[in-house]
Design a protein around this ligand. Structure first.
Ligand SMILES: *Cc1c(COP(=O)(O)O)cnc(C)c1O
Length: 363
């Protein structure tokens, strides 16, 4: 059986170091807002080539804090992809703002620049984009639009640790970026975690205050903030795992290359292959008209898969005010996508086996 993803396996190479870090943290007895957090923040900022990084409790909070710090008038419009994980949209709602959903390009699954421009009104303040599946959005076109209409760009980089766009790291492609360290992400903690990266010192200071109850100094509160901090122990685990992120991403790229070169089946559409070495390959997502049949066929052959995602955000009960909207490309993508195993613990023979089985599939 090849599982879609085994978190037991992904953490196995680091067991000895993780146990040592646990013991050290336990003995030190400092658990929140300490030296381990500062160390990780400095390392992750330097990894993303940004001036600042602020650890927070999770990816959703990272995005929410980024938007709250802007102090836009209530109900300002924020452009978001219709084709994204729901957190991107929830962050806008949490911040008291209005998400305006925009269709993706059918080839990349990423927010389509020309559709962004059509959605802009006098109330639009920012574009919050998602580098979905680990592939960066079309930043040259999006940056030109943002400049023309004086909009901020924020990145949902929760699936894109280490991805680049024309050599620039995800996290450094807009005004600020939110990352998640949920255990299954390319850089995953042993629990929840997140971070914000940015280059502006005043934004960094605003995020630092918002994540800690809106507190400017101990027991002094300047605004209504969140309790959203990255624990010392998670920060220390992440500092360790960050050292291996590039090697793991390179291995992901190698598997992606094998899939792209060797999966040949007329009933299956592969993801874009033009930027293999820039993508973080958080997920390898294929498409077919016959998704459920392919999924059960692979399961019968011992191959675990997952669907990212089965129901589009605008069709969720939680977002009932958007249920009447129609986003045909987003809906089609949600009906057809299937994620096949791609992770740093997948063996070469397993990759070959998966390719062989997919090529034999009779769609
Ligand atoms: C995982 C994820 C998030 C949310 O991260 P959490 O840490 O679970 O809050 C946000 N956006 C995208 C695209 C994600 O994949």
């Amino acid at each position: 059986m090849i599982p879609f993803l085994s978190l037991q396996n992904t953490n196995k190479p680091y067991h000895d170091d993780l146990k040592r870090i646990f013991t050290e943290t336990l003995e030190k007895g400092w658990f929140i807002l300490g030296q381990e957090l500062v160390t990780f923040e400095n390392r992750f900022a330097s990894y993303c080539e940004t001036n600042f990084c602020l650890g927070v409790a999770n990816g959703l909070d990272a995005l929410t804090i980024i938007l709250k710090a802007c102090k836009y008038p209530p109900q300002s419009e924020i452009i978001v992809p219709a084709n994204t994980y729901i957190a991107t949209i929830l962050a806008v709602i949490n911040a008291g703002l209005k998400p305006v959903l925009v269709e993706p390009s059918q080839e990349t699954y990423l927010i389509a620049p020309n559709q962004i421009e059509l959605a802009i009104t006098t109330n639009t303040r920012a574009i919050m984009l998602t580098h979905l599946y680990g592939k960066c959005c079309e930043m040259t076109a999006i940056q030109a639009i943002a400049e023309k209409y004086q909009l901020h760009i924020f990145e949902d980089a929760a699936q894109a640790h280490g991805a680049t766009y024309l050599g620039v790291k995800a996290g450094n492609l807009g005004d600020a970026a939110g990352f998640s360290f949920y255990p299954s992400k390319n850089l995953g903690a042993l629990g929840d975690g997140g971070a914000i990266t940015c280059n502006s010192e005043s934004l960094a200071q605003a995020y630092r205050q918002l994540r800690n109850y809106g507190s400017s100094q101990k027991y002094v509160f300047d605004e209504v903030g969140l309790n959203s901090r990255l624990d010392e122990i998670q920060a220390a685990f992440l500092s360790l795992k960050l050292e291996y992120l590039d090697v793991e991403n390179q291995y992901r790229q190698k598997i992606a290359r094998s899939y792209l070169e060797q999966i040949q089946n007329p009933s299956i559409i592969l993801p874009p292959s033009n930027t293999i070495d820039e993508d973080a390959w958080h997920l390898f997502v294929i498409r077919t008209d016959n998704r459920d049949k392919l999924r059960s066929y692979l399961a019968e052959n011992g191959i675990g898969t997952d669907i990212h995602y089965p129901i589009p955000p605008h069709k969720q009960k939680a977002l009932s005010e958007f249920n009447h909207l129609s986003f045909p490309i987003t809906e089609k993508i949600h009906q057809e996508v299937l994620s096949i195993p791609l992770n740093p613990t997948l063996q070469e023979l397993e990759v070959e086996y998966i390719i062989e089985k997919i090529n034999y599939f009779n769609g």
